[in-house]
Write a protein that binds this ligand. Structure first.
Ligand code: CMC
Length: 442
C-alpha cells in the first residue's frame, strides 16, 4: 500500500524510541509516512517487545488501517476523495461519477461513465420476494430498523455475489448495493405511509429515480423537479464517504472476519443510526423544533455548556474537524437554493438554525472547543423542505454512504496484509477465584 517507513536526511529509517522505565529497555518503533497527513508510529511489534498493549478507547490517536480513498485535514477543514476536494466534486461532478471514483480510484472517462451508469441502472430492482420482508414490520417501525433488516437480508437473495474471494463477485455485490439502496430506502418510506411500492424507472438518473420511487404514486404521473433532483444528488455526494468513522470502521471490522458484503453494510447501517453519528441529522431537526423560537436559543446554548446537563447542540462538533466542516458550507448553500426553488421564503427552522450558528460561533465555549457546524446541521432543513419525514433523514445518509462503505470494504479485502480486526483490552474485572455453590453464596 502507500505507506513507507520515513527516512531521515542520511537515509536511515526514522523511528520513535520508547524507554520502558520498568526495565530501562529501549525500543525503536518505525515511523510510517503516508502521502500526506500526520505520520504514524508503527506499534505492531510493541507487545512482543514490552508485553504491553496500547490504550486508546475511541481510537482518538490510532490509525486502524491504511487507505487511499479519503483524506481529511480536520484543522484546515479539508476533505478529499481520491485527491479531489469535496467542494469541487459537489459543484462540478455527479453522484454516479463520485461512486466510480471511490470504487475505482479515478474519475471515469465518458465511455466508462456511460457503462457504469448502465450497470448500476440494470441492478435497481430488488428480488420480488424481498418485498415480503417489509410486511413483517409494523407500519410505525423506524425506517432505519427496516433498513438494517432488509439490507442484511440481501445476502439471502444474492448468493452469486457473496464469495468475497472472487473479485468479480465483489464488484457485482458493490454494484448491487449502490443500485438497490435507493429502491430499498424508498420502499421503507412507502411502507411507513401505506402506499404501494414503486418499481424503479431506469430512464431516470440516480437521484431522480429515488425521488420518483419515494414521492410518486401509481395513479398519476410524477414529474421530478430538476432543481430538487440536483440538490438530492449533491446531498448524496456530500455523504458518500468520510474515511474511518464509526460506521465505516464497523463495516471494515465486520468484513475482516470474512463476512459477506451485504451483512457488512447492514452492520454499518446499524452503527450509523446513533445520534452521535448519522442519526444527528434527525436529532438536529428535533432540536430546532424544540427550540421553537429564536429568543429561546440562549437557553439551549446554556444547556449545551452545562456539564450537569447531557444536552448537546446537535449538528455541532466533530471528532476530526476542528474547523468548519467543508460539507456544511456546501449544505448551507444547497439549503438556500432548495428553499428558494420551493418558494419557502420564511422558514422558522432555518431562521433558528442561522441564528443558532451565529451565536454558537461567537460563544467562547464553542470557540475554545472548536465546535463548528457539521454536515448534519443544514441537511435536515433541506430534506424536510423536500418532503421527507425526519425518520427518513438517516436512511438517506445510509443510502449515500453505501458507496463509501463498500469501497472501504473492497480496499480492505484486496489488501494482502489484511487481518481479522481484534482489539485488545485493559482488563479491570475479577482475578481468578473459586466457584461457590449457590447454597453457600451470601
Ligand atoms: N454541544 C456541546 N458541547 C459539545 C458538543 C456539542 N455538540 N460536541 C462536543 N462538545 C464538548 C464536549 O462536552 C467536550 O467537552 P469537555 O472537553 O469539556 O469534556 C468537548 O466538546 C469534546 O467533545 P467530545 O465528546 O470529547 O468529542 P468527540 O470527538 O468524542 O465527539 C461528536 C464528537 C461529533 C460525537 C460530538 O461533537 C457530538 O456529540 N456532536 C453532536 C452530535 C453530532 O452532530 N454528530 C454528527 C457528527 S458529523 C456526521 C457524522 O459523523 O455522522
Amino acid at each position: 500500500m502507500s505507506q513507507t517507513t520515513q527516512t531521515a536526511g542520511d537515509g536511515t529509517a526514522e523511528t520513535v524510541t520508547l524507554i520502558d522505565n520498568r526495565t530501562g529497555k529501549k525500543i525503536d518503533l518505525p515511523i510510517l509516512k503516508g502521502s500526506t497527513g500526520p505520520d504514524v508510529i508503527d506499534i505492531r511489534k510493541l507487545y512482543g517487545a514490552t508485553g504491553c498493549f496500547t490504550y486508546d478507547p475511541g481510537f482518538t490517536s490510532t490509525a486502524s488501517c491504511d487507505s487511499a480513498i479519503t483524506y481529511i485535514d480536520g484543522d484546515e477543514g479539508v476533505l478529499l476523495h481520491r485527491g479531489y476536494p469535496i467542494d469541487q466534486l459537489a459543484e462540478s461532478s455527479d453522484f454516479m461519477e463520485v461512486c466510480y471514483l471511490l470504487l475505482h480510484g479515478e474519475l471515469p472517462n465518458a465511455a466508462q461513465k456511460t457503462e457504469f451508469e448502465a450497470t448500476i441502472t440494470r441492478h435497481t430492482m430488488v428480488h420480488e420476494q424481498l418485498t415480503q420482508f417489509y410486511r413483517g414490520f409494523r407500519r410505525d417501525a423506524h425506517p432505519m430498523a427496516v433498513m438494517c433488516g432488509v439490507v442484511g437480508a440481501l445476502s439471502a437473495f444474492y448468493h452469486d455475489s457473496t464469495d468475497i474471494n472472487d473479485p468479480k463477485q465483489r464488484m457485482i455485490a458493490s454494484h448491487r448495493l449502490i443500485a438497490k439502496l435507493p429502491t430499498i430506502a424508498a420502499m421503507a418510506y412507502k411502507y411507513s405511509v401505506g402506499q404501494p411500492f414503486m418499481y424503479p424507472r431506469n430512464d431516470l438518473g440516480y437521484a431522480e429515480n429515488f425521488l420518483y420511487m419515494t414521492f410518486g404514486v401509481p395513479c398519476e404521473p410524477y414529474k421530478v423537479n430538476p432543481v430538487i433532483a440536483k440538490a438530492m444528488d449533491k446531498i448524496f455526494i456530500l455523504h458518500a464517504d468520510h474515511e474511518q468513522n464509526a460506521s465505516t470502521s464497523t463495516v471494515r471490522l465486520a468484513g475482516s472476519s470474512g463476512a459477506n458484503p451485504f451483512a457488512c453494510i447492514a452492520a454499518g447501517i446499524a452503527s450509523l443510526w446513533g445520534p452521535a453519528h448519522g442519526g444527528a441529522n434527525e436529532a438536529v431537526l428535533k432540536m430546532l423544533e424544540e427550540i421553537k423560537t429564536v429568543d429561546r436559543i440562549p437557553e439551549f446554548i446554556n444547556r449545551a455548556k452545562d456539564k450537569n446537563d447531557n444536552f448537546r447542540l446537535m449538528g455541532f462538533g466533530h471528532r476530526v474537524y476542528k474547523n468548519y466542516d467543508p460539507r456544511a458550507k456546501v449544505m448551507q448553500q444547497t439549503c438556500k437554493e432548495v428553499l428558494a426553488e420551493l418558494g419557502i421564503k420564511d422558514d422558522p427552522l432555518l431562521d433558528i438554525a442561522v441564528e443558532l450558528e451565529r451565536i454558537a460561533l461567537s460563544d467562547p465555549y464553542f470557540i475554545e472547543k472548536k465546535l463548528y457546524p457539521n454536515v448534519d446541521f443544514y441537511s435536515g432543513i433541506i430534506l424536510k423542505a423536500i418532503g421527507f419525514p425526519t425518520s427518513m433523514f438517516t436512511v438517506l445518509f445510509a443510502l449515500a454512504r453505501t458507496v463509501g462503505w463498500i469501497s472501504q470494504w473492497k480496499e480492505m479485502i484486496e489488501d494482502p496484509g489484511q487481518k481479522i480486526g481484534r482489539p485488545r483490552q485493559l482488563y479491570m474485572g475479577q482475578t481468578p477465584r473459586d466457584y461457590v455453590p449457590v447454597e453457600k453464596r451470601g
